[in-house]
Design a protein. Structure first.
Length: 124
């Protein structure tokens, strides 16, 4: 797709993830990891909310014309994030069944320099 500039989309992704992280830090979460990769996929942000591990998917959309950012987290994407989170917990030597966790989505909508932020806790 020659009309898509991958540098711009990468930069936009990085800047919107940084905005989301900053927003969550102001809400009292503590940052742990960014862009955690495994064979199952990637988790944009991993943070702590007191004793709870929070796995966060960040989605940015310039407009809500095609459903907005929160609608862009498909069931398949959710499953990949859950598998990746299980791998992360295993690496941390934590039991995924006894460790408090939740999956949040942060949606950013509008111009990337100052988007409207929606934080959906326990999204899936």
């Amino acid at each position: 797709m020659p009309w898509i500039n991958s540098n711009n989309t990468t930069q936009t992704g990085q800047s919107t993830e940084a905005l989301a992280e900053h927003y969550l830090l102001t809400q009292g979460l503590i940052s742990h990891s960014k862009n955690f990769h495994s064979r199952q996929g990637e988790i944009d942000l991993i943070m702590r909310d007191n004793d709870t591990w929070v796995f966060i998917e960040v989605k940015y959309r310039k407009s809500a014309q095609f459903g907005g950012p929160l609608a862009a987290v498909s069931y398949t994407k959710q499953q990949k994030i859950k598998q990746c989170a299980a791998f992360f917990l295993q690496q941390q030597q934590l039991n995924e069944y006894n460790t408090p966790c939740r999956f949040d989505v942060v949606g950013l909508l509008g111009h990337s320099s100052q988007p409207q932020i929606t934080w959906l806790k326990n999204a899936f």
